[in-house]
Design a protein around this ligand. Structure first.
Ligand code: NAD
Length: 347
């Protein structure tokens, strides 16, 4: 029986993997994240299952391969935490491309609605029997303009929700989807200038890192509401802080943060926060931070476990891998995985 190590395991992950494994693999659950220091714990295993805040760099990959691991199964859609150049030709990498686009889009919408109608403040007030309304004024989303950056699976689900709210939707994607419904493609700077709400749904690549920088914030419609459920480093956090302070950004709903790796998914409530930028963001009344929970629905967790186990089974059975990604396709930022690869090598 193939031995599989699962990193950064939480109880809610284990529930589904145990239920759906059905004795196929011997799964060793690790609470620690996968990185260069912990990769040696996978020695003797055949495959490693990794999550979003692992750091699968060249050293981690070398250690995994030396220990006998030949497959890295990402139990997520994003793959920016893997050094594909180092993996190329040594390690096959599979992922779960579209486990539940609706889960993430619905969380993005929840952040938007909560921030706009200040539910996070109202909840705290009424718990204290403070029934005043001063400071809780929002705006009608109906008839306003939303800008969706990235029109893949999640971006398209978000467009459907925004249209349901009666919003006009602009979209930006360097690889426009033919026949996109509900939104009009526009240039990135036009989207910035016209949108009352901007929601990010593109992957983190060298091209998209800090796509919302000080220069971009200088071009947004003053008071824009920004939602990011994609990857933290799409936004320059220091520039966001400045834009929130001077009012260019009216509100920000952040499910991801560029330095989340050492913080999110952990209970740090008894410790002094070491990240000053995050402390300041969290302290702002018009900022709502959730710790990368967009994927956290029953349906998405089940789908992640089912597809990850199937990816592993297909790999060891020598079947074609529809969900494999390699150095070349992740560099191009295209959403589809390689059609035919062998240990990360397209052919
Ligand atoms: P997808 O691959 O279906 O779509 C991504 C889209 O982004 C593609 O259409 C692609 O062309 C586009 N894109 C690439 N470069 C771009 C650029 N420079 N500007 C604008 N668009 C660009 O991916 P998806 O399933 O929709 O997921 C989107 C992202 O959401 C993932 O990359 C991941 O980072 C994030 N995500 C977050 C969570 C969460 O829990 N918060 C869960 C799943 C995915």
């Amino acid at each position: 029986m193939k031995r599989v190590g699962m990193f950064d395991t939480k109880p809610y992950d284990r529930t589904w993997f145990d239920k759906l494994n059905e004795g196929r693999f011997d799964i060793k659950y690790f609470e620690h994240k996968l990185n260069a220091d912990t990769a040696r714990t996978a020695e003797g295993l055949d495959a490693a299952i990794s999550f979003v805040n692992d750091s699968v760099d060249a050293r981690a990959i070398a250690t995994l391969c030396e220990g006998g691991v030949s497959l890295l199964a990402l139990r997520c859609a994003g793959y920016n935490h893997v050094d594909f150049k180092a993996a190329y030709g040594r390690l096959s990498v599979v992922r779960v491309p579209g486990y539940s686009p609706n889960a993430v889009a619905e969380h993005a919408a929840a952040l938007l609605l909560c921030l706009n109608r200040k539910l996070h403040k109202a909840y705290l007030r009424t718990r204290e029997h403070n029934f005043t309304l001063t400071g809780l004024t929002g705006f009608d989303l109906y008839g306003k303009t939303a800008g969706v950056v990235g029109t893949g699976r999640i971006g398209r689900a978000m467009i459907g929700i925004l249209r349901g709210l009666g919003m006009r939707v602009l979209a930006y994607d360097p690889m426009p989807a033919p026949g996109l419904e509900g939104a009009t493609y526009t240039a990135f700077h036009e989207l910035l200038a016209q949108s009352d709400v901007i929601s990010l749904h593109c992957p983190l690549t060298p091209d998209t890192r800090h796509m919302l920088s000080a220069e971009a914030f200088a071009c947004v419609k003053p008071g824009v509401t920004l939602i990011n459920t994609s990857r933290g480093a799409l936004i320059d956090s220091a520039a966001l802080l400045a834009a929130l302070k001077d009012g260019r950004v009216g509100a920000a709903g952040l499910d991801v943060y560029e330095e989340e790796g050492a913080l999110f998914f952990e209970d740090l409530s008894g410790e002094v926060m070491s990240d000053d930028t995050l402390s300041l963001l969290i302290a702002m009344p018009n900022v709502l931070v959730t710790s990368h929970q967009g994927f956290l629905t029953r349906e998405a967790l089940e789908s992640i476990a089912r597809t990850t186990l199937q990816n592993i089974e297909d790999y060891f059975a020598g079947r074609p891998l529809g969900n494999e990604i390699c150095y070349y396709c992740q560099q191009s930022g295209r959403s589809a995985s390689c059609a035919r690869t062998l240990k990360g090598r397209c052919f």
